[in-house]
Design a protein around this ligand. Sequence first.
Ligand SMILES: [Zn+2]
Ligand SMILES: [Zn+2]
Length: 157
Amino acid sequence: MPLTQRRLVETIITLPGTTLEEETHRCNEAIDAVAVHCRFQEGGAVARGRPSTKRAHPNPVKEVDPQVAAAKAEKQALNAAILSVFKEERPTVCFICLGEGLIKSFGRPGDLSKHFKRKHLQHMSDRDRLECKVCQMPLEHVAHLRNHAHSVHGTVS
Ligand SMILES: [Zn+2]
Ligand SMILES: [Zn+2]
């Protein structure tokens, strides 16, 4: 066990002091030991490491994976779209498609209405298990869904 690590263990497992002063001292010791240990580990890594000229990444800031960045941008777009179907009076994004993780955006609210009727309402019946996925709300009848679409998501049908 490296010396600093032993000191770390010893100070941390020490029993609490009987007086406040002792206790404070013990705490300081432990904090100190942890700090020394951390420095030791960092230093150790450098000592064992390659010369600095050979370092592949001179910049310690991790490069963002383009895939991760794309996923993040997608998530942001999705969040913005979700916000729009809740906040905007006449949104142009289909909240049903949004529930499936798809952003279907239209030029005008009227186009959204057409899409909503043709692509969704037309294929729904009261026998289906209806729900609004963005709200995670089950809806019993198509009429409820239409009402929900209008009152919550500003989608007129
Ligand atoms: Zn849709
Ligand atoms: Zn909803």
